[in-house]
Structure formats: C-alpha cells, structure tokens
Design a protein around this ligand. Sequence first.
Ligand SMILES: [Ca+2]
Ligand SMILES: [Ca+2]
Length: 208
Amino acid sequence: MKGKNLWVIPLVFVALVIVSGCVGDSGGATGNSALIDDDTVKGDADAPVTIVEFSDFECPYCARFYRDTLGQIDDTYIKTGKGKMVFRDFPLGFHKQAQKAAEAAECAGEQGKFWDMHDMLFENGVSGGITSFKQYAKDLGLNTADFDECLDSDAMADEVKKDMKDGSAAGVSGTPAFFINGELITGAQPFSKFKQVIDKELQKGGNA
Ligand SMILES: [Ca+2]
Ligand SMILES: [Ca+2]
C-alpha cells in the first residue's frame, strides 16, 4: 500500500519544474562554479556568493523572476556586497525573438548599459522584435548608430550561442536556471529558496 504512492513524489517534482520554467531539450552534466565567462556582473566583483543566471528574455518565467524575485535578491545581497549576479544567455529555439533580444542586451552592454536594456526587455517585452529593441536603445540614450550596427551585423550572435552551449554543458535544460556558487536552482522559484541557498553559502564563509 505504502509503496504504491511513492511515484507521486517524482511526478509532483516534475510538475513543479514544468510550471516554473521554460523547458528546452538540452541537458548534460551537473554544474560548476566557473560559469562567469565574459558576461556583465551586477554588484561587487569580490562578493563571496556568485549567482549565475541563465535566462531567456522571451520566457515568461524569466520575466516572473525579474518581476518578483530579482529586486529582493538585489536589495538583500547584491547592494550589500554579499552577492554578485551574472546574466548569461539561454534563448530557447522556439522563442522567435529571444536570440535577437539577447544580442540587443549585449549590444547595449557594449555601451555600458547591459542591465538597463535587460530591465527594458523584461518590462516592455520582446514581441516587437528588432524594431522595438532599436527603440529601447534610443529611449535609453544609447548611440543608436552603433547599437543598430551591432544588432544588424549579428556581432553578438556567437557570444549568445557560447553562453547557451556552456549552460547546456553545465546541465541547464530550461529557463530560468541559476548556479549559486555552483549549486543549480531551476525555475522561477520564490525568494525564500534563493535566500536559503545564499545564506548557506554565506555561512560557509565564501566561494564554494
Ligand atoms: Ca558570455
Ligand atoms: Ca551573454
């Protein structure tokens, strides 16, 4: 009798993962902490806890994380120097605007405005495609000639692809996915989950 109910637990787990993230079809080995790469860091570079996010600007769960959780992580850990955040690209193939949106953020990053474009893309959406990304660049006061050239020439395409490849190799199969000092958290989980893992890392006293 007892044994019959055991299958319920893995099923519930799978359901939780599916409802809180955009699921792709890649996958691989477990994560490691050497995932910062060349991507823009938010916060103190020497902060003891490193949060690497793999994200897709077209994934509603990534937008949910941005809306509901990132601000709390920022206030509690990043602004206080305890944590730093690195954003890496994982644009899923069935999200038609996601690749170019990722490139748009990187092109803005070339002008020192990565996080501004990141916020703009999550707040205003990506359905307008390249036309709207160019408008966002204008609204952010970027050099639009340089931005448009960067976006139109696919200058950042390989950088975005490399992020995705690294993510897959580290075990990411959907978005958002996070490595907190190397520990993988998948989906748009509540702040309490991040707090639990980050606090554990802080108690350890630094980089894992
Ligand atoms: Ca990168
Ligand atoms: Ca990137």
